[in-house]
Design a protein. Structure first.
Length: 377
């Protein structure tokens, strides 16, 4: 953990602001504000070897917070983004071989053809952390159909080094079922953007070979289960029907044919044939009333044993959701931090065993969450 032990003492530098304590089923939650002044932060990732962490801001800035609590100016070399509506600079992930290649992956909204779509590229983080060198885009969502919403855009590498990219359907519902389009899809690529030969739709006429699974609406959380290597993905429903899926190759996850939700206008989804439809996969877990889920992290650290094998999910309606797991089965749900009243955009487990949250607001914050020791309760 190195300097991440020392970061607990950053209050002496005036960086950490003690926020408050909050109740939970497993003890008192201690929430500290690590830094504020972030403009709609969207994602974070921890750098190895005490180099701090990277944070994306939706208007198009990538920032580094070092292990002593200093926030960098915007890192140079970030691509231009389509910063309208829900678009902008979105997810950030590190190469599985980051210690050797220092490659940083970015997902972002990209303009084109009068509309926009999700793009992904990578560049080398300079040794001083001040710029991305030789950034190259290697993936574009085609066609571009978004007018500012439903980009999806989460990135995850699996244990074999394949890159998964979660893509929203750009609010163009039927396209999630169209295999010749990349809307509402989960795609799987090699780290350099090449299509793996064993993807399920390779050599299928009329289908994009990048596709791993389809029928997704607007996935904004994705994480790899550290116990099994299984990929978990969650997505926004419309009015109701947020859901978790465990995407399998070639499977159809239903949107918009199968949904637990309705239109925001309280009318039925025109294409929907029910909550479960033959030929589509039912949700692994579903919220009939949408908490507006965003961000996802498994907890597998020894610091807080009560959280082991739990899944934490951010909610834009102002909560942190804790799901207790028995294998892959969700056996209990707890809502946390509702008193904060903050849109929680991302959640990650830090190398020190604390949870780190980003709040989505003009003055966004990085929060650290832990359980107070029993002697302090």
């Amino acid at each position: 953990m190195g300097k991440w032990i020392g970061i607990l003492l950053l209050a002496t530098l005036g960086t950490v602001v003690r926020a408050a304590d909050y109740p939970s089923e497993q003890g008192i939650l201690q929430v500290d504000e690590m830094i504020g002044g972030l403009e709609h932060p969207w994602s974070l990732t921890f750098l190895p070897d005490d180099q701090g962490l990277l944070i994306t801001e939706r208007p198009g800035r990538l920032r580094r917070l070092d292990a002593s609590g200093r926030l960098s100016p915007p890192i140079d070399g970030v691509p231009a983004v389509y910063a309208r509506g829900q678009g902008g600079l979105l997810d950030v992930a590190l190469s599985p071989d980051f210690k050797q290649d220092r490659q940083v992956y970015l997902a972002y909204a990209e303009a084109g053809d009068g509309k926009a779509g999700t793009a992904v590229g990578r560049g080398r983080l300079s040794d001083d952390g001040a710029r991305l060198e030789d950034f190259q885009r290697f993936f574009q969502q085609q066609p571009k159909l978004s007018t500012g919403i439903h980009f999806g855009a989460r990135l995850v590498f699996d244990r074999d080094g394949y890159l998964f990219i979660a893509l929203g359907e750009n609010n163009q519902r039927p396209t999630a079922q169209d295999l010749d389009k990349l809307q509402g899809k989960l795609v799987r690529l090699h780290a350099d953007g090449r299509v793996p030969a064993d993807n399920p739709f390779v050599n299928r006429p009329g289908a994009r070979p990048e596709i791993w699974s389809y029928g997704h609406r607007n996935p904004q959380g994705m994480a790899l289960d550290p116990r099994s290597g299984t990929l978990w993905l969650h997505e926004h429903g419309p009015r109701g029907g947020d859901e978790i899926n465990l995407p399998r190759p070639g499977r159809n996850y239903g949107w918009p044919l199968a949904t637990h939700g309705i239109n925001y206008s309280f009318t039925a989804i025109p294409e929907a044939k029910g909550k479960q439809v033959e030929g589509t996969e039912p949700p692994h877990y579903v919220w009939e009333k949408s908490p507006a889920i965003s961000g996802m992290a498994f907890y597998n650290h020894s610091r807080f044993p009560a959280w082991r094998d739990n899944l934490f999910i951010g909610a834009l309606k102002g909560e942190l959701i804790r799901l207790q797991l028995d294998g892959e089965r969700v056996v209990h749900e707890e809502r946390l931090l509702g008193q904060l009243g903050k849109r929680i955009r991302d959640v990650r487990q830090g190398p020190d065993g604390y949870l780190y949250l980003l709040t989505d607001e003009p003055n966004g914050k990085l929060l650290r969450v832990g359980l107070k020791p029993r002697e302090q309760r």
